[in-house]
Design a protein around this ligand. Structure first.
Ligand SMILES: N[C@@H](CCC(=O)N[C@@H](CS)C(=O)NCC(=O)O)C(=O)O
Length: 227
């Protein structure tokens, strides 16, 4: 919701909770750069379409500075400040943004909401550790120290969750309900790293189709164009 819409809502509904009034004074601030996992939350905030400020904190020393660790004591990006709320973890940030400002991006029933949480947690627990092994070996390990067995093992390990995802997507366009939702956003956001390493999805045609549709979203292109 834009600041103007919040302001208009407030004018016509004087008994709105105070937090809306507080939010009118300052835009949400998203901390992190697009060349990091903060891309997931930049994508989310571009999808919901609110006015926001990006604070391009990078990883390394930048994310360990005291003014940033006061927001995220883990010293990791992304983080979000919205009014009194300070929150870290990309999945949690995205669920909050979608629920607070996202309209149709957030499921409207408790069952669909639970499924959105399921896919968000599943991406972080079943996909992320394995894909990170490949990313670390490919991009952050000097060639002479790389261990092809690690990449082979992680690639094999990914086959099981990808098979599950492929089956879940059979006969449906999106993970939850009939349209793109925060469930797709979060899982595809995690899997951006698989796209980066050009993971071969040939065996998983439903995953390929769904990933292509997610990655064609204009909001993602806008997020990638950010610093
Ligand atoms: N689970 C976290 C991971 C965040 C994360 O590890 N971010 C990296 C950048 S890609 C970072 O800030 N690294 C800095 C460090 O570990 O010192 C999330 O999804 O938000």
């Amino acid at each position: 919701m834009s600041t103007e819409r919040v302001a208009a809502t407030h004018r016509t509904a004087p008994f709105y909770p105070l937090r809306w009034k507080e939010k009118m004074s300052e835009k949400p601030k998203l901390f992190g750069i697009s060349g990091s996992r903060a891309l997931r939350s930049l994508w989310a905030i571009e999808e919901v379409g609110i006015d926001y400020e990006q604070v391009p904190v990078s990883y390394g020393a930048d994310s360990k500075a005291a003014d940033f660790t006061a927001i995220n004591p883990n010293g990791r990006i992304p983080a979000l400040v919205d009014g009194d709320l300070q929150i870290f973890e990309s999945m949690a940030i995205n669920l909050y943004l979608a629920k607070t400002y996202g309209g149709g991006l957030y499921p409207s029933t408790a069952a669909h909401e639970a499924q959105a949480w399921q896919w968000s947690v599943w991406g972080i627990s079943e996909i992320e550790p394995l894909q990170m092994q490949i990313v670390v070996q490919t991009f952050f390990t000097p060639e002479e120290k790389r261990n092809p067995k690690v990449v082979d093992g992680a690639t094999r390990g990914l086959l099981r969750p990808l098979k599950v995802l492929d089956a879940a997507l059979a006969g449906r366009d999106w993970l939850v309900g009939a349209h793109f939702s925060v469930a797709d956003l979060n899982l595809a956001g995690v899997m951006l790293l698989l796209q980066m390493i050009k993971f071969d999805y040939r065996e998983f045609s439903q995953v390929q189709r769904w990933a292509d549709a997610c990655y064609a979203r204009p909001a993602l292109a806008r997020a990638k164009a950010r610093p």
